[in-house]
Write a protein that binds this ligand. Structure first.
Ligand SMILES: C[S@@+](CC[C@H](N)C(=O)[O-])C[C@H]1O[C@@H](n2cnc3c(N)ncnc32)[C@H](O)[C@@H]1O
Length: 301
């Protein structure tokens, strides 16, 4: 890469991530002036900014992200927002404790836009992508927990196969797990390119997607305990959202959507969206990431 004189890699930059279903989020969740809202997944701050704008100077937004680098990226845009914004580095499964520390008993609304931001996927050093070589890390919170390399170098063959099958719906899960265990006996895995090459050597290519896609998704879900965190958030929400308040979750695969659907099904929730809201043609053409996005919203009775 050619560096221009004076070019700083750390210069503030705009997030690359475009918020999905932005108009639909505002329409179905309906944040109003003066309300207190939580964005559980600040990411690039796209949804946060829209909510902050709606709640206005008399309102408040508490924003969480488990990745401090995303909070740093979003902070400049949110500092400029009208509302009072408090950003907290935390997993959303700690939401009850975060609100308690801030002296907030209950909020008017909560949004969670699950998964990862484009900025995280593009950063090879995070090890989330099989397209970029980097350390086999995959932690969305780079400050805590076991990395993907720790998992693939230590888990039993049966446990690895279960992860690939359950979280990635990978039909060749057993074959991949066997190959991973064979290979690590001579040389432990350290990089995404190395791991992806081993996966590709035992998963046949089908339909234009990279054969490593499903195993990478599975490993990311396991490393970040994504489904466990979602279950804990959904279980905590009824106590944290005041009656009349709204909660919305944007999910990106059926394992997540199933949980949200189940949690919002009955009391103390009533559905705002009977069916999940999906992206329209214009957004689909503009933002490929919106293809699998599903928004479900419920009102606390
Ligand atoms: C899809 S992005 C959110 C994008 C954001 N809505 C926007 O408009 O820019 C998901 C973000 O949530 C964060 N995240 C994922 N799981 C989390 C969890 N359990 N707790 C806190 N943050 C989480 C990720 O680090 C990432 O920054």
């Amino acid at each position: 890469m050619t560096r221009l004189p004076g070019h700083r890699m750390s210069a503030p930059r705009e997030p690359r991530h475009a918020p999905v279903l932005a108009a639909e989020v505002l329409d179905r969740l309906g944040p109003r002036p003066g309300e207190t809202w939580v964005d559980c997944t600040v990411g690039g701050g796209g949804h946060s900014l829209l909510i902050a704008d709606r709640v206005g100077a008399s309102g408040r937004l508490v924003g969480l992200d488990q990745d401090p680098t995303m909070l740093d990226l979003a902070r400049p845009r949110l500092d400029a927002a009208g509302a009072r914004v408090t950003l907290v580095h935390a997993n959303f499964d700690q939401l009850a404790g975060v609100l308690e520390n801030l002296g907030i008993d209950a909020v008017d609304g909560v949004l969670a836009d699950l998964g990862f931001a484009s900025d995280q996927m593009d950063a090879g050093a995070r090890g989330l992508s099989f397209r970029e070589d980097g350390p086999l890390d995959m932690r969305l919170d780079p400050t805590a927990g076991a990395t993907a390399a720790d998992l693939v170098n230590a888990m039993s063959e049966a446990a690895l196969a279960d992860v690939f099958f359950e979280f990635g719906e990978e039909r060749h899960s057993r074959r991949v797990a066997r190959k991973v265990v064979e290979r690590r006996a001579t040389r432990p895995f350290a990089t995404t390119a190395d791991f992806a090459a081993v996966v590709r050597s035992c998963v046949p290519r089908s339909g234009g997607i990279d054969p490593a896609t499903r195993v990478f998704q599975a490993l990311r879900i396991a490393v970040n305990d994504e489904l466990g965190a979602l279950d804990r958030l959904l279980a905590a929400l009824p106590k944290l959202v005041r009656p009349g308040g709204r909660a919305g979750v944007i999910s990106f695969h059926s394992l997540e959507d199933r949980r949200v659907k189940q949690a919002f099904r009955g009391p103390p929730w009533e559905p705002v969206t009977k069916k999940p809201v999906e992206a329209g043609d214009e957004e689909l053409a503009r933002n490929p990431r919106s293809r699998s996005a599903k928004l479900r919203v419920a009102r606390r009775t």
